[in-house]
Design a protein around this ligand. Sequence first.
Ligand SMILES: N[C@H](CCC[C@H](N)C(=O)O)C(=O)O
Length: 259
Amino acid sequence: MKVTFTKYHGTGNDFIMIDCTNQNDFKLNSQAIKDMCHRRFGIGSDGLILIKNSKEFDFEMDYYNADGSQSFCGNGARCAVHFARQLNLFKKDATFKAIDGKHEATIHAGEISIKMADVSKIDHNEGVYIINTGSPHYIEFKEQIEDQDIFTFGKKIRYSAPYKKTGINVNLAQVIDQNTIQMLTYERGVEKETYSCGTGATAVALAFADKQKLEKIDIQLGVKGGNLRVKASRDNLGVFHSIYLIGPATPVYQGQIQL
Ligand SMILES: N[C@H](CCC[C@H](N)C(=O)O)C(=O)O
């Protein structure tokens, strides 16, 4: 079977994007996804996204990590919105369904802004934050993160007893100033450091807001592959809402692969 795809990246987090709007029952088994994402024997990417028609929304996105596992992917969602616009699935503002529910999105000045699900649960213990922003994240704030070995650190946490079974994404964050945080991520399901993690950037921003007791944030997250922006508000019940993940989405090339 020949599969046409478009390769995307969102600040260096890269994806194989497949238009399934003419074949909504299109399926890839786990091995095919692993083979396609393989950096030597396949196309090579952190994840793979199927864009499908939806009765209720402008489109639906199914995200798969490089190991074939499913989750929500913030950068992938931003790339999916860019791709759906190219397919004329919506005009200016979009609504789409992902594994964690409905999202809204807009495209403005070349940046894709997606509304993330509200977050009411922030676990914090001895400087470690655990926050689920559509995928689960472990966050620690440290100085000089450029000297940190995020792969070794992240793998150790991800395979430690509390997370061995379900996995967790691991983020190290360094506060530069009130509106700027530098971060590194080890991603579950990729099992490597990625150049960027959208749900991770969102989780780091919310952890900072909790740490500083802020009710409104608009933060730039510096990642290996560029910059993301997270805006959010917190209500008097401690729930984070109006959470937006904003950043670029870049189509790199179109290709075809023989499966
Ligand atoms: N690997 C993550 C999903 C992708 C997260 C990341 N690529 C993003 O942009 O949110 C997980 O399985 O939890």
